[in-house]
Design a protein. Structure first.
Length: 176
C-alpha cells in the first residue's frame, strides 16, 4: 500500500479509534441502566415510608465497580475493572498509536493488541451479566437500559472494526 493510498485508510482508522474512545468514556460515566425498585402491591406504601429506598437508581460502570469494592467484593470489582476498563483502555491506546504511526508495534505489543481484541466482547458480556443479575430483583422491580449501554456497545464495535482495519492495513502493506 503506497503512502498516498494509505493516508485515507489511516485517517479512517484514527477516526474510528477516537470515536470508539469517546464512546468508551461515555460508557464509563453514563448510566448503563436504571433500577426502579418495586415491592408488588406494597410499592405505594414503601414509597411513603421509605422514599429514599424506592427511588430509581442509575448504575454506571465506574459507580458499580466502586460500590462492589466498597461493599467488600474487591475480587469481583478488580476483575470487572481489568476486563471492562483497563484492557479496553490499553487496546484503544495501542490502536491509536498504530493509527498515527503504522508499524510502531511489533512482536509482543502486536500480540497483546490481538489478545486484547479477542476479549473485547467480554466487555459486553459483563454489562449483559449485570443486567441479567439485576433482572432477578424481587417484587417486580424494573430495569431500563441507559445511554451508557449504547455508548459502551458502540465503543466495543468501533474498536473491533478499527482492529480489523489495522490488521487489513498490515496485510495490505505486506502484499505491496
Amino acid at each position: 500500500m503506497s503512502s498516498q493510498q494509505g493516508r485515507p485508510f489511516r485517517l479512517l482508522h484514527l477516526v474510528l479509534v477516537q470515536v470508539s474512545a469517546a464512546a468508551f468514556a461515555g460508557g464509563l460515566i453514563l448510566p448503563l441502566f436504571t433500577i426502579e425498585p418495586r415491592l408488588d402491591e406494597w410499592t405505594g406504601l414503601a414509597r411513603i415510608l421509605a422514599p429514599d429506598q424506592m427511588r430509581a437508581q442509575p448504575v454506571t460502570l465506574l459507580g458499580g465497580i466502586r460500590s462492589m469494592w466498597m461493599g467488600g467484593e474487591a475480587g469481583l470489582a478488580a476483575l470487572l475493572a481489568v476486563f471492562s476498563i483497563l484492557l479496553p483502555l490499553v487496546k484503544l491506546c495501542l490502536l491509536s498509536v498504530e493509527a498515527v504511526s503504522p508499524g510502531s508495534f511489533l512482536g509482543p505489543w502486536h500480540r497483546f493488541t490481538k489478545m486484547a481484541a479477542r476479549y473485547a466482547m467480554l466487555e459486553v458480556f459483563v454489562v449483559a451479566l449485570l443486567v441479567i443479575l439485576a433482572k432477578g430483583l424481587p417484587g417486580g422491580s424494573r430495569i431500563e437500559l441507559g445511554p451508557g449501554t449504547a455508548a459502551f456497545a458502540a465503543s466495543v464495535l468501533l474498536g473491533l472494526v478499527a482492529g480489523l482495519l489495522e490488521q487489513r492495513g498490515k496485510s495490505g502493506e505486506t502484499r505491496e
